[in-house]
Design a protein around this ligand. Structure first.
Ligand code: DQA
Length: 139
């Protein structure tokens, strides 16, 4: 099974950025744990701060992989282009958020992407990524 994790803007600063919201673990450390937890799954990782690069990655892997775990960061709330890319590919996408976006500012309550995704997981800290992977295993 091939699963692609995609992190969007500012998520390269996990472990450094707003620790009270996003925690103090860097994504590289968390990714090592995930790979140990799922030795039989090929877990690929990509991060970009650039909207078009996220779209290019979705196009690149979206006809070959079994699932995409996408934390599009703030693009979640704004990007029709990423929503269209999700609709264009065959691979199912799960939208994830580390924080519970519904407890935060109102502009974080809406997602441009969710309607084109298999589902949404938010508010479980870094564990949101693991729960998204689990969702591909129960099918
Ligand atoms: C986030 C929530 C977004 O609103 C925010 O812009 C992020 C991170 C999360 O993982 O909680 O960058 O996607």
């Amino acid at each position: 099974m091939k699963i692609q994790i995609i992190n969007g803007p500012n998520l390269n600063l996990l472990g450094v950025r707003e620790k009270s919201i996003y925690g103090d673990t860097g994504f590289d450390t968390y990714l090592e744990n995930l790979r140990e937890l799922y030795p039989n799954i090929d877990i690929y990782y990509y991060q970009s701060n650039v909207e078009g690069e996220i779209i290019n990655k979705l196009h690149e892997i979206g006809f070959s992989h079994d699932g995409v775990v996408l934390n599009a960061g703030a693009y979640t709330h704004t990007s029709i282009a990423i929503a269209d890319a999700i609709a264009a590919i065959n691979t199912p996408v799960v939208e994830v958020h580390i924080s519970n976006v519904y407890k935060r500012e109102e502009f974080r309550h809406s997602s441009m992407l969710a309607a084109n995704c298999k589902g949404v997981i938010a508010g479980f800290g870094m564990d949101s990524y693991r729960l998204a992977i689990e969702s591909f295993l129960i099918d």
